[in-house]
Ligand binder design. Sequence first.
Ligand code: SF4
Length: 292
Amino acid sequence: MERHHETSTSTAAAGTTSSADVPLIASPYDLRISLGDKVGEAGVREALETGETGFVHSFTTGSAVDGPGVRIVAWLTACQFRCVYCHNPDTWKLTNGIPVTVARAVEVIRKYRHGLDTMKGGLTISGGEPLLQHRFVLRVFGAAKEMGVHTALDSNGYLGDRLTDADLKSVDLVLLDLKAFSEELHRRLTGMDNQPVHKFARRLAELNRPIWVRFVLVPGWTDDPAEIERVASFAAQLGNVQRVDVLPFHQMGKFKWEKLAMDYALRETEPPSQETTEKAVNQFRAKGLKAY
Ligand code: SF4
């Protein structure tokens, strides 16, 4: 998501490797590959079925852009989307992440909980796509809630059906990517259909669960005012969108595509101008949304 998984720029305060097995780093932009390869197929299956272990790219602390206040962010690996502008393609593969037990993840949160409370922040789980490891996410969120820590799920929304209404009680906020409204454009951008995303957004609205929308502005792809209008209308009609972040595309993840020898369609794409970004923000504001 992202600051979603595609556009994150951490204001991380910590820059060291934590004790034991949890990679606590300054930025999700560290390239990480094959960290979980040793787990093997049976271990992966067990991890996904029980949620006892999650595959984590990294933890970052001090984020001020992944939900309210100052937050700790767990970046999970695995994603079923293939966004042309993804800034973290090393998170696509589950076993690029390091296996981390729920107990270990909870230990990290416990260590920071007082600071998070003081800074009116919480825990955000991002990715990759966290709902591919929904059992792990729910266990960690459940433990966070018991500690009184605010929880935010940063998701592309495609697998929202995996969460029951009861599960959603442990999610205080959903940071939802609306990548494009038009089906054809969404498919070209991500490789996937957007109907499940819309269905999840509507369900959250019915349940009156808050959403912060993330919209990535990419010149030549998502900067058509008519398309932005459609996304803004959809978001405004939901009634539970508290905030919209228009995230200007940038090239901070380019080196990952190159290192992974992947074909990067946006190699030559420039970030949008400030004027274009402001216009997009204003289109959301014109629908009565709080947009930045
Ligand atoms: S491919 Fe996945 S991780 Fe990358 S931007 Fe898209 S949804 Fe996010």
